[in-house]
Design a protein around this ligand. Structure first.
Ligand SMILES: [Mn+2]
Length: 335
């Protein structure tokens, strides 16, 4: 019965998204900084859907497409906010924000649009309290924004191309860690079945995401693992991803970020903390937890966001001071 209620609520907000789409003709689609497989896959599929309705659509992101996701965008549809020449009628465009509920998290797109955008709509699955008063489709029980959009397209009797099905499958696979994380549900698997029936190839997508790494990525992982510190009798593992590590290995920042999940594979670990900074980027803190430990409390208290088991925030302090601060914040879970 619980699922029926969720389905009913979702239908109501799917209607709101339908209304938003039908009341606009021109759209920018964007996702958060350091875009991941979920945000990117959802953008590609949602663009295809809007295009099928004869809408004008540009995908505009604050950060470039990570190399490993090039297969999601063979036609180079994803544009860079910092080098975009706005169309003459740009003020007619509305904005669809995917996989974050905070406009400012879209980085370069926020800078590009914040002064003139009249309407935007948020599609997301994260908890957090920013911008939620804007029109939105936020389903925090969903495994991924790709799952939300796949359900929405299915409900609207849309037939996805193989490319769109592949993109949405990628997003769900990525955000569920290969159908393992706690929000993986029967609804996830039923929509996965639909995507496979429209051409998403599980073996091929698995190989593209998980067996397509470059040597620098492995060398970066080695350096990050070497930085691990154990706290609270091994319940908390702390790790770093520094600009120096990126310079020494030549690896991409987005590859290093994924290593935050590795400490959770160790027996007895309840929280994984990663301090990460791209070359010339801002220092960020990412946290992952198991079970009932709600790390989003810490992220939100530091003006960040996320959900119970995965959250983060940006820091303007030095790495050493940020480390001290977050380790102190986290003590609340162990005393
Ligand atoms: Mn996501």
């Amino acid at each position: 019965m619980k699922n029926r209620k969720i389905a009913k609520d979702a239908n109501k907000i799917y209607d709101e998204l339908d209304t938003f789409i039908s009341s606009h003709q021109k759209f920018f689609i964007t996702t958060h900084e350091s875009p991941d497989g979920d945000g990117l896959g959802a953008e590609i599929a949602f663009r295809e859907y809007l295009t099928s309705l004869n809408k004008t659509v540009y995908i505009v992101n604050g950060d470039p497409l990570p190399t490993k996701y090039a297969y999601l965008d063979p036609d180079n549809l994803i544009l860079a906010a910092d080098s975009l020449t706005l169309p003459e009628d740009y003020t007619d465009f509305s904005l669809i924000i995917i996989d974050t509920n905070t406009f400012s998290n879209t980085g370069g797109t926020y800078t590009l649009c914040r002064d003139w955008i009249k309407d935007f709509f948020i599609i997301d699955h994260h908890e957090g309290n920013s911008d939620v008063f804007a029109p939105n489709l936020v389903l925090v029980h969903a495994s991924s924004v790709s799952e939300i959009i796949a359900h929405f397209l299915y409900r609207n009797n849309f037939t996805p191309s193989k490319q769109a099905a592949t993109s949405l499958y990628t997003g769900i696979l990525f955000d569920t860690g290969g159908f393992r994380y706690s929000k993986t549900s029967s609804e996830t698997f039923s929509i996965i079945s639909w995507l496979v029936s429209h051409g998403a190839d599980p073996t091929q997508i698995y190989e593209l995401i998980y067996e397509n790494n470059e040597l620098p990525t492995l060398l970066l992982k080695a350096k990050m693992l070497a930085s691990i510190e154990s706290h609270h009798q091994g319940k908390l593992l702390y790790m770093e991803l520094t600009p120096q590590m990126l310079e020494e290995t030549g690896a991409e920042f987005s590859e290093g970020e994924l290593n935050i999940n590795i400490p959770l594979t160790i027996k007895g670990v309840e929280i994984s903390v990663l301090l990460k900074q791209d070359i010339e980027g801002q220092l960020k803190v990412s946290m992952r937890s198991k079970g009932d430990i709600d790390v989003s409390i810490i992220a939100i208290s530091r003006n960040g966001g996320g959900h119970k088991n995965a959250a983060g925030f940006k820091s303007n302090l030095s790495l050493a001071d940020t480390k001290k601060q977050v380790l102190s914040d986290i003590e609340r879970f162990f005393f």
